[in-house]
Design a binder for this molecule. Structure first.
Ligand code: NAG
Ligand code: NAG
Ligand code: NAG
Ligand code: NAG
Ligand code: NAG
Length: 462
């Protein structure tokens, strides 16, 4: 299968991977991109580094932003403990083999696995810093000496470090005129609206991910076993090695990396084709959909606590919630002020996915575990990258068209800069006020949250 050119490319690629994959690939090699536009780092699902999926559009003419609520996932990180085990299983099997039949594996002769676990990596810190800079630049007119962002983070190190890098970016962009602090860290041991730790009966997506792995995994597994005879890799090992491509790459990005320049792709990435990475991306879509997404029977309810906090801020009135909020914290103006203009909360992917569901964003029919729909609107590589941010803007729009000078409040929501359609609260699908919901209609649309999940919260415990 691998012709002379392929061998030359494989040899070259071990030199070039660090700088240029997938740019320098011969067109006829199956490992080169089938489509020239394939961007490897956008096929890693929830392990894709942040990238803006659209360009931010300022509010329409006649509208001014009056409040901003940012819900932000932590930046790129190291694998978790259990992910490290899955990854090491494949790595150890490959390294137990003496002879590889394909030179793409030769790097394994000297490879030493030393990633570590859980922590934010420099790329994650830098992308969060940039996010803070962007937030200041975009919303500087809303910031005043006595009105700087109120910032909370869920208590895990990578989330806390993300929040601190964001505040540092915000301060830097303001020439240190405004220096928001990380105001509050929520313990992940207790009631925490920024973590999905409060619903013991919630679904896991293992079954759906495994069904899909049984579809796309076997051909990859047999190819890699033919490259490393005797390694006895399983489909699960393949999933681990594909994750490693993402984790090894994001962990290899040094401080000082310039946004948009090529990533130092891991040599593990060159073991798989673009089509295989598309399959890997889908496993991430299934993972999120069937756990805290629409496919998890107790997914949406886990976003209720945050949404009730959001509604409290938008209406400047006390939090009303009987789910995952901490009432002690939320009833104290020192830990839950209601008079700020910018709020920023730092969280994980799963609770943020739950919040999308509570709101009604990305509402997608049941995902097949065998046949991915190519045009699906549920794509983790776009909606849940590292450092993903959902921004809820409250707008005050002039109604001067009718000549009455009446002001009216609206809401719009961006996820990774993509303005969401908000059809669930009656937003227009075209025209200058596309994607804007009337404030009252938006509040009305959140009745699932306002009713504490309409009985679903209780199901978390019985
Ligand atoms: C918010 O309320 C607190 C406590 O009453 C006060 O100290 C602070 O100045 C207020 N901030 C704004 C922006 O009104
Ligand atoms: C940013 O994150 C990095 C990595 O976790 C951390 O070492 C650094 O202290 C953070 N920066 C700030 C300003 O907190
Ligand atoms: C609520 O927050 C307070 C103050 O941080 C903390 O002492 C308490 O343990 C929290 N309760 C729960 C149930 O999370
Ligand atoms: C793979 O399986 C063969 C046959 O059962 C066994 O001899 C070999 O030790 C296994 N290799 C690994 C890496 O476990
Ligand atoms: C924590 O959540 C539980 C379950 O909803 C609730 O019964 C309890 O009152 C909450 N505790 C606090 C301090 O808010």
């Amino acid at each position: 299968m691998v012709g002379t050119l392929g061998v030359i490319w494989a040899a070259l690629s071990s030199v070039l991977t660090l700088a240029s994959w997938p740019l320098f690939v011969p067109a006829h090699d199956p490992f080169s991109s089938a489509h020239d536009t394939f961007e490897l780092q956008k096929s890693w699902g929830v392990y894709s580094p942040f990238h803006a999926v659209a360009e931010y559009s300022p509010p329409p003419q006649g509208c001014e932003i009056s409040q901003v609520n940012i819900l932000h996932r932590h930046g790129a990180r190291l694998p978790s403990v259990s992910q490290s085990e899955d990854i090491l299983s494949g790595v150890n099997k490959l390294q137990s083999v003496q002879v590889y039949t394909d030179s793409r594996l030769d790097f394994m002769n000297t490879f030493v696995y030393s990633l570590g676990e859980n922590l934010l990596v420099p790329l994650g810190a830098m992308q969060s810093f940039e996010s803070g800079e962007n937030a200041f630049r975009r919303y500087s007119s809303l910031v005043q000496e006595d009105d700087i962002p109120f910032v909370r983070a869920s208590g895990m190190s990578r989330v806390v470090e993300t929040a601190k890098n964001w505040t540092a970016g915000f301060a830097t962009a303001s020439n240190d005129v405004y220096s928001p602090r990380l105001s509050l860290i929520l313990s992940e041991e207790g009631n925490d609206t920024l973590q999905d730790n409060n619903c013991p009966n919630a679904a896991s997506s293992h079954r759906e991910m495994n069904q899909w792995l049984d579809v796309y995994g076997p051909p990859i597994t047999s190819r890699l076993n033919s490259w490393a005879p005797g390694a006895n890799l399983t489909n699960d090992d393949i999933h681990g090695l594909m994750m490693l491509c993402a984790f090894h790459t994001v962990a290899s990005v040094p401080y000082g990396y310039k946004a948009g320049s090529p990533l130092p792709f891991s040599p593990f990435c060159s073991l798989f084709t673009p089509a295989e990475f598309e399959s890997f991306e889908y496993s991430s879509d299934l993972d999120k959909y069937y756990s805290t997404g629409y496919g998890g029977h107790l997914g949406r309810v886990q976003g209720v606590g945050y949404i009730n906090e959001l509604l409290a801020r938008l209406t400047a009135s006390p939090v009303v919630d009987h789910t995952s909020t901490n009432t002690t914290l939320d009833s104290d103006p020192a830990t839950f002020p209601l008079n700020r203009t910018i709020y920023a909360d730092f969280t994980h992917d799963s609770p943020l996915i739950a919040v999308f569901g509570t709101l009604g964003l990305f509402n997608t029919p049941k995902l097949s575990t065998t046949h991915p729909e190519p045009t699906r609107g549920w794509r983790a590589s776009e909606m849940m990258t590292f450092s993903t941010r959902m921004v809820v803007e409250k707008l005050i729009c002039d109604q001067s068209i009718r000549g009455r000078g009446v002001s009216n409040a609206y809401v719009r929501i961006m996820v990774n800069e993509v303005a969401q359609p908000l059809t669930f609260c009656g937003a227009k699908e075209t025209g200058p006020r596309k994607g804007l919901c009337r404030f009252d209609a938006f509040l009305e649309s959140q009745s699932y949250a306002r009713h504490n999940g309409e009985g679903d919260w209780e199901k978390c415990f019985i």
